[in-house]
Design a protein around this ligand. Structure first.
Ligand code: ACO
Ligand code: LMR
Length: 272
């Protein structure tokens, strides 16, 4: 072999050297246009997982992306993106400030939900044991709780995802377990529902198990941040919308009103 020089980079997902670039071996033209019958879900399955998933799975991925695309201007990420756009920054600069809020409290609890619910279920913890275990960990249960959604004001997105899975997944054992946990948490406080992050995380695990992935492979997806990526990708659509909205409305620089801030400043003590 003449090609012995060591390489600085490895790429296992796409190849642009031929006449037409490929996604995991599939020419772009074989997935790009509607007549191919392929969707964004198929493109994600090729570029993130290097597999051709069955239609029930790619349709689920597509459903997730569409479901999380936006949730109004008041959530932390949209707020950041809007404030940045109003400071005169570009689309990409404003977008990333929104994306940076995605994390354990907002939109980025998906990997954590998959991790902890899977761990509890694998170890046959009862919902009571799981709650006690999470209390010991000292963190809120990822995927549980919502600021405005509750038993009285259910999250239609969660209903939609659960209904899709019940109709199209071969089985949903981790979802069944999470719903038992939800019964217990909502009996304590009615906003401690299984939220949209939790539902996505848990259903992705059910999807991968049904697709035949090993536990080690699923753990690797979780550890590498794969599940939060669905939210990052989907919400990018909404954040861009909010940034373009600000620009089209030609909104001025934002400054927060004094009367919405509790100023509680004491004169600094001098240390001698
Ligand atoms: N697990 C256990 N207890 C919880 C949880 C949870 N996930 N969330 C809230 N609580 C408890 C709190 O400990 C608190 O108890 P206390 O009254 O005895 O002190 C009470 O519920 C109220 O807590 P708050 O922090 O006021 O709830 P808030 O409405 O501010 O929080 C939030 C909402 C941030 C989503 C919270 O529930 C949480 O951190 N959840 C876990 C992370 C998560 O799943 N985030 C994704 C949300 S969906 C999305 O962003 C798209
Ligand atoms: C979201 O999707 O942004 C929300 O669930 C968070 C919120 O507070 O509405």
């Amino acid at each position: 072999p003449k090609n012995r020089r060591s390489k600085n980079f490895i790429c296992t997902i796409s190849d642009d050297r031929g006449e037409e670039a490929t996604y995991a071996g599939y020419p772009i033209s074989s997935v790009a246009t509607p007549d191919t019958g392929k969707t964004i879900g198929d493109v994600i399955s090729l570029l993130w997982f290097k597999k051709v998933y069955p239609k029930w799975a790619t349709d689920f991925i597509e459903t997730v992306i569409k479901t999380v695309a936006d949730h109004g201007p008041a959530v932390s990420g949209a707020h950041n993106a809007k404030v940045t756009a109003r400071a005169g920054k570009s689309v990409v600069e404003s977008l990333v400030t929104g994306l940076l809020t995605i994390g354990p409290r907002f939109g980025g609890a998906i990997d954590g939900a998959a991790k902890y619910f899977k761990y509890a279920n694998d170890n046959n913890m009862t919902p009571q044991e799981f709650l006690a275990y999470m209390k010991k960990q000292g963190i809120p249960i990822p995927g549980i709780g919502h600021r405005i959604k509750s038993l009285r004001n259910p999250d239609k997105r969660v209903e939609g995802l659960k209904n899709y899975a019940k109709e199209h997944f071969p089985s949903t054992p981790l979802l069944e377990y999470a719903l038992e946990v939800e019964q217990l948490t909502t009996s304590k406080k009615d906003n401690l529902i299984l939220n949209v992050d939790g539902t996505i995380g848990i259903l992705m695990v059910d999807m991968w198990r049904a697709l035949g992935y090993t536990e080690a492979e699923i753990d690797e997806f979780i550890e590498s941040g794969t599940l939060n990526s669905f939210f990052i990708l989907g919400r990018t659509i909404g954040f861009i919308g909010h940034v373009l909205d600000e620009k089209r409305l030609a909104m001025p620089m934002y400054r927060h009103p004094f009367d919405d801030i509790l100023y509680d400043v004491k004169k600094a003590e001098e240390i001698k």
